[in-house]
Ligand binder design. Structure first.
Ligand code: CP
Length: 335
């Protein structure tokens, strides 16, 4: 890993992808590529973050994100602290901000934060900046807002699949369908920012209750034409190069937004027959966890010719190593 990469990185925290530039995505992809080589080597480890402390503060459940951030930190030789909301002093009335200050006082250099409320990682980052700016914050998923590291591992998965053909413009002209519970999805929002910035056209598809019209207007004018909303599945899937399916987030549905899961699957579930509408070489992605037989049929999910889901999970480690490395070794402070 060159020091040049780290010194050209200027973001102090990674909270949202909304303002990321194609150049920043390129830097992250190149850095993750280098770490993929490290992970394929015999030792699988580098001393890049030796003596740094990475605190994983997960106030909401997680399997993939928490484990892969922990493994990524260990592969970079950092020390790790793992916090879980249910077994912490939160149950005794401590606030999340006092929890964060406790980890800061113990010497945490990087805080990886997941919370069910949008904006919590941002607020903790602001508090940490007021305490001297030594702590960097990574958003590991905040409510319905954003999940930057998931979108970046998705981007890295697409890059690995396409870069041999076109290393720099690998998404130029590609059609990507994002199907499912867009209303509640932080993954959709982060992916819309990254995929359009890298040249893809994103087609959203969901029932009207899960895809408000306003969603079509979240991008700046420069990217607006690269985002299309559909309230039927077929136009989104037709000739798509990739299909990203999203989990129905039953835990975030405060009212009945769907007649039934069975009806959802009948209208929007990705099945082998529906995949035939897409490009011949189409690949399916899903951030996980999957509701099998709801957003995705099991035979499609388990077909290695169609599914990139395992690759997404594998790539999560290299991309999170890249993010920890970039913010852990960068000097300047700009957001
Ligand atoms: N994709 C994702 O965020 O999964 P986890 O909730 O298991 O971390």
């Amino acid at each position: 890993m060159t020091t040049e990469t780290a010194t050209t990185w200027t973001k102090h925290h990674i909270l949202s992808l909304e303002t990321f530039t194609p150049q920043e995505y390129e830097t992250i992809l190149q850095t993750a590529n280098s770490f993929q080589d490290v992970l394929s080597s015999r030792t699988k480890k580098v001393p890049a973050l030796q003596a740094q402390v990475v605190a994983n503060l997960f106030f909401e459940p997680s399997t993939r994100t928490r484990s892969s951030f922990e493994l990524a930190a260990k592969r970079l030789s950092a020390d790790t602290l793992n916090f879980s909301g249910s077994s912490s002093s939160l149950s005794k009335g401590e606030t999340i901000f006092d929890t964060a200050k406790t980890y800061q006082a113990m010497g945490a250099n990087i805080m990886v934060i997941r919370h069910h409320q949008a904006g919590v990682p941002h607020t903790i980052a602001t508090e940490m900046d007021q305490l001297g700016g030594q702590v960097r914050v990574l958003n590991a998923g905040d409510g319905q807002h954003e999940h930057p590291s998931q979108a970046l591992l998705d981007l890295f998965t697409l890059y690995q699949y396409l870069s041999a053909e076109s290393p720099h413009q690998f998404l130029q002209g590609k059609k990507i369908a994002i199907v499912g519970d867009i209303l509640h999805s932080r993954v959709a929002r982060s992916n819309i920012y990254s995929l359009t910035a890298m040249g893809a056209t994103v087609h959203l598809a969901a029932p009207p209750t899960l895809l408000p019209k306003a969603f079509g207007g979240i991008l700046s004018d420069a990217y607006q034409e690269q985002l299309v909303c559909h309230w039927e599945l077929e136009p989104a899937l037709t000739d798509a190069d990739f299909i990203m399916t999203l989990r129905l987030q039953k835990e975030r549905m405060s009212e009945h937004l769907l007649p039934s899961l069975r009806e959802y699957h009948q209208r929007f579930g990705i099945t082998r027959d529906r995949v035939k509408l897409a490009h011949d070489s189409v690949k399916i992605l899903h951030p996980g966890p999957v509701n099998r037989g709801v957003e995705l049929s099991s035979d499609v999910m388990d077909d290695p010719e169609l599914s990139l889901i395992s690759e997404q999970v594998t790539n999560g480690v290299a991309i999170r190593m890249a993010l920890l490395y970039l913010i852990g070794t960068s000097g300047s402070v700009t957001n």
